[in-house]
Design a binder for this molecule. Sequence first.
Ligand code: NAP
Length: 302
Amino acid sequence: MSWHLLGAGSLGSLWAARLSAAGHSVELILRNEQRLTDYLRAGGLQVRQGEQVQRHALPAGLASDPLPIRRLLLACKAYDATSAIARVATRLQPGSQVILLQNGLGSQQAVAELLPECQCICASSTEGAYRENDFQVVFAGQGHTWLGTSPTSPAPDWFGELASAGIPASWVDDIDARLWRKLALNCAINPLTVLHDCRNVGLRAHAAEVQMLCDELCRLLACCAPEAALGLHETVWQVIDATATNYSSMYQDVQQGRRTEIDYLLSHACRSAEQHGLTLPALNQLQQRLQHYLQQRGLPCR
Ligand code: NAP
């Protein structure tokens, strides 16, 4: 059975390249005729890891192609997920599987609602990749990917293909909690790095603000995914120290004038708090400050 990839960007290309190199059949679905022409002209995907550069001339087509899709890797940004999936919805069959690589929360649920007859599998990844150019990706950070469904289900029969392709992955029965944990870490770190214009380590100078956010995030997690609250404060500081000289992904998006995934991270947290009747002033104020900051720079605040 083929893997189809919708979202041949940073993370998606990493998956496609490794699966294909391991002998699995992978087909890219590109946005439109122009992107398909660009891709063919580029001669395929290029993945660079350190000094090593590999090219992968994978077959590619468009959403409008007629063949059914049994297994789809959706690797676009969270804000593109529903519009991208709508374009291939008629090609998905009852029982088709869709692996959702989006960060944050909210997009996975929106996609699942559009595809009631498919199995949606959520993923949370700590791998790092960025695009140097169109269809040229840099594998910047080794990591791990956790996959699972909500409610839980056994690992699919193809799961071993990931290990055979060198994609470090585990099938878990607590994917919601893992997504919440990652969302909370993101909320405690990324927006502040944007607002204070600093690398992650710069948050050491704003420790009280970070602590306050962690307090409120723990209260939110206690309602949404209690196991994800354990040791949150300590983990936030560990992440800050382990990535001290990095600029956060949100910081980089803002610097490069790219839309952020705020709506699926901080704003999702604020909306969830409201739904649970929680008053979380530091989190709400952070959201307002960040939205104002983005608006001033002409970037979407959703
Ligand atoms: P990215 O580099 O911006 O790639 C997204 C890709 O989706 C682009 O190639 C884009 O196509 C494509 N796309 C969007 N709408 C489409 C449509 N309708 N039809 C076809 N293609 C479409 O994004 P990314 O960094 O890989 O991130 C993807 C998700 O993974 C995000 O939620 C991110 O937070 C998460 N994540 C990323 C990393 C990482 O290191 N990059 C790590 C962990 C999690 P065009 O090229 O035509 O614009």
